[in-house]
Design a protein around this ligand. Structure first.
Ligand SMILES: [Zn+2]
Ligand SMILES: [Zn+2]
Length: 336
C-alpha cells in the first residue's frame, strides 16, 4: 500500500510502499482509509516537537482518520467488514484508573495513531477495536474525518467551559481555523452567551460570520470595547503564540478563564492580576472516545458544520506547506 512517512525531522514526508497491515492481536481492526485530516500537530511532528508525546521515527503520520472496516481480528464483535467508522486516535487500555475515569488521554499505556504508531496518511491503518466510533448512516468518512482530532479537541475544550457559558456571558475564539471553526459552533450550540471571533485573516473572519459569530474582529484588543469594557468571561486560544497569549489575558473579564488549545508560545502573567481578578489559565489535550461519540450525535442532527477540502494522498507535502503558511480555511482532508 501507499503511505506518507516521516523519515527525518525538518524534511517533507516520503511517499513509500509498505506491506498492507493485517490484524495481529485478536482485537485488531484494519481500516481502509476514506479520509485523513491534515493537522497542525503534523507540522509539530515534522518539526521534531512530538517526541515528548512518544513519537519515534520513522512513522506514518495521519491521526484524523475515517474509513471502512477492511479486516478484523478473531475477538472483534462490535464491527464488521464494510462498516463506516471514525478512528479515535488515542489508544487507551480501558483497564487503568485514568481510563476508568474516562480520561483516556492520561492512559498508562497511552499510544496515538499517527504519532506513536503508523497513522492514516496511507491506504490502510491498523487500530484497536476500542478506538472505533461507528458512523451514522449516510455519513461519508472523508466528510467527518477531522472530527477524530480537531473536532474532539474543540468539543473537549468547550465541554469543560459549560458552567461558564450562561446567558449574558461572552466568550472569545482566537483563530477560526481547523479547530477554532468547530469550537465557535459548539460555543453557540451548547452555551447561552455571545460568541466573539478574532482572526487576522479576512477569509477566516468571513467563515466566522457564516458560522454565526455574534461579533467578528480583526484585532484582539477590540474585545474590551465589544464587551462594553468588561472583557470576556472565557477566551479560547487556537493560535497560541506569545502575542495571542498576551492578548488573551488582556481581554479577560474578572473571574474569567483563559483556555489554550493551541500550543507553542510562552504565557507570561502578573500573579497580582490573576489574584485580583480571580482569573484562571487552563490547557486542553485532545478529548475522549465519548467526546467523539457525542460530537457524532451533534453532527447527525446537523448542528455542526465541518468545512473541508479534499486532496489526493500525493498532495500531502503541498498541504502541509499551505497549512504552515496559514493558507487553509477549514480543514484539508487526504483521500487516498
Ligand atoms: Zn490533529
Ligand atoms: Zn488505560
Amino acid at each position: 500500500m501507499r503511505a506518507a512517512q516521516l523519515q527525518e525531522y525538518h524534511r517533507p514526508l516520503e511517499l513509500i510502499e509498505k506491506p498492507e497491515p493485517e490484524p495481529v492481536s485478536p482485537r485488531d481492526v484494519v481500516v481502509k482509509i476514506g479520509g485523513a485530516g491534515v493537522c497542525a500537530t503534523d507540522l509539530h511532528a515534522q518539526e521534531g516537537q512530538m517526541e515528548p508525546a512518544g513519537l519515534k521515527l520513522p512513522v506514518v503520520l495521519g491521526h484524523e482518520n475515517g474509513g471502512w472496516v477492511h479486516a478484523v481480528g478473531s475477538d472483534v464483535t462490535t464491527v464488521d467488514s464494510g462498516d463506516s467508522v471514525l478512528v479515535f486516535p488515542a489508544y487507551s487500555c480501558g483497564l487503568c484508573v485514568e481510563c476508568r475515569r474516562g480520561r483516556e488521554m492520561y492512559c498508562e499505556r497511552h499510544q496515538f495513531t499517527g504519532l506513536t504508531r503508523d497513522g492514516g496518511f496511507a491506504d490502510y491503518v491498523l487500530v484497536d477495536e476500542r478506538s472505533l466510533v461507528p458512523l451514522p448512516a449516510g455519513v461519508e468518512p472523508a466528510a467527518v474525518a477531522p472530527h477524530a482530532d480537531a473536532g474532539i479537541t474543540a468539543y473537549h475544550a468547550v465541554k469543560r467551559l459549560l458552567p461558564r457559558l450562561a446567558p449574558g456571558t461572552s466568550s472569545v475564539v482566537i483563530g477560526v481555523g481547523g479547530v477554532g471553526h468547530i469550537a465557535l459552533q459548539l460555543l453557540r450550540i451548547l452555551g447561552g452567551g455571545s460568541v466573539i471571533a478574532v482572526d487576522t485573516d479576512e477569509r477566516r473572519r468571513k467563515l466566522a460570520s457564516e458560522l454565526g459569530a455574534d461579533e467578528v474582529l480583526a484585532d484582539a484588543d477590540d474585545v474590551k470595547e465589544a464587551t462594553n469594557g468588561v472583557g470576556a468571561d472565557v477566551v479560547l486560544d487556537f493560535v497560541a503564540n506569545d502575542a495571542t497569549h498576551a492578548a488573551g489575558l488582556r481581554m479577560l473579564a474578572r473571574g474569567g478563564l483563559y483556555s489554550t488549545v493551541g500550543f507553542g508560545g510562552m504565557i507570561t502573567a502578573h500573579s497580582a492580576a490573576l489574584v485580583g481578578g480571580e482569573q484562571a489559565i487552563a490547557g486542553n489535550l485532545v478529548g475522549s472516545w465519548i467526546d467523539l461519540w457525542e460530537l457524532m450525535q451533534l453532527h447527525a442532527r446537523g448542528d455542526v458544520t465541518l468545512r473541508t477540502e479534499t486532496h489526493p494522498l500525493e498532495a500531502v507535502n503541498d498541504l502541509l506547506d499551505k497549512l504552515r503558511a496559514g493558507e487553509i480555511t477549514g480543514r484539508a482532508v487526504l483521500v487516498p
